[in-house]
Design a protein around this ligand. Structure first.
Ligand SMILES: [Zn+2]
Length: 260
């Protein structure tokens, strides 16, 4: 009887809480935040951590571009699949390739702020230097597109409470990730990258990819694997609009404030 109960409980666990590590599972603070939806979107910090766990969708995010040798290939693969994604671009790369910024948006994708030079980590610099790293990227983006950036991912995902105060004051919604594809090694095979990505994906995953050649080679396999498993690919903005009521209301309010 006990064995049957354990098996049943385990299968419920696997079905509903895939990706929840055991250290989180035994931590009361984790369950408190999870009950309040703070583990999806934390409105005090304005950080998106995870999409809706009840919706079979994932967000593909591509950091560090635009790069000539990979952006066009990635855009072509996404267009063929009829998928939109979110690109966290670096200011100096946008200056070098404004046409790629325009191509990316024209295709219905969205672009977020990934700092001006990606060299300075936002928690290593402060005050004017930190604000400049963030603002300069928006100035470049605005010169190219006439629009402003509202999503931000800190380089190396390095942030602390002080960084979050700055991003909030500058009016950004910070985007984390749940699934790292570790796709930055040019010698890594497409199969390994795709396998690693798919094995760590669940409902509401935010997948961290890069605008590199290895990513472009692995992308068709990642997309067909996601499709096979019934996941729809959405942009971060769409993912926010599909969150459960509490976190959705808070995040949409923040986004609307930024985008109006
Ligand atoms: Zn980066």
């Amino acid at each position: 009887m006990i064995a049957i109960a354990v098996v049943l409980l385990s299968s419920v666990w696997v079905a509903h809480f895939r990706g929840t590590g055991w250290t989180s599972a035994i931590n009361p603070a984790y369950w408190y935040h999870r009950l309040h939806g703070d583990d999806l979107y934390n409105s005090d910090e304005t950080v998106l951590h995870h999409g809706n766990r009840q919706v079979p969708e994932v967000a593909l995010t591509f950091d560090d571009g635009p790069h000539t040798e990979s952006r066009s290939a990635i855009l072509g693969i996404l267009a063929d699949a009829g998928i939109h994604a979110t690109f966290f671009d670096v200011g100096v790369n946008m200056i070098a390739h404004p046409e790629l910024v325009n191509d990316t948006l024209r295709q219905g994708n969205e672009i977020g702020n990934h700092s001006q030079d990606h060299v300075h980590r936002l928690d290593d610099i402060a005050g004017k230097d930190r604000r400049r790293e963030i603002n300069d990227t928006d100035i470049v983006f605005n010169e190219i597109t006439g629009k402003h950036l509202s999503l931000l991912r800190p380089p190396g995902m390095r942030y602390n409470a002080d960084v979050l105060r700055t991003t909030r004051n500058l009016g950004y919604l910070v985007v984390g990730y749940t699934t790292a594809s570790r796709d930055f090694d040019p010698d890594e095979s497409a199969d390994i990258i795709a396998q690693r990505t798919l094995s760590r994906t669940e409902n509401g995953s935010i997948i961290l990819l890069h605008d590199y050649r290895a990513t472009a080679s692995a992308l068709p396999k990642i997309l067909s694997g996601l499709k096979q498993r019934g996941f729809r690919c959405v942009t971060i903005t769409e993912m926010i609009r599909h969150l459960p009521d509490g976190p959705r209301t808070a995040a949409v309010k923040q986004l609307d404030t930024l985008q109006n």
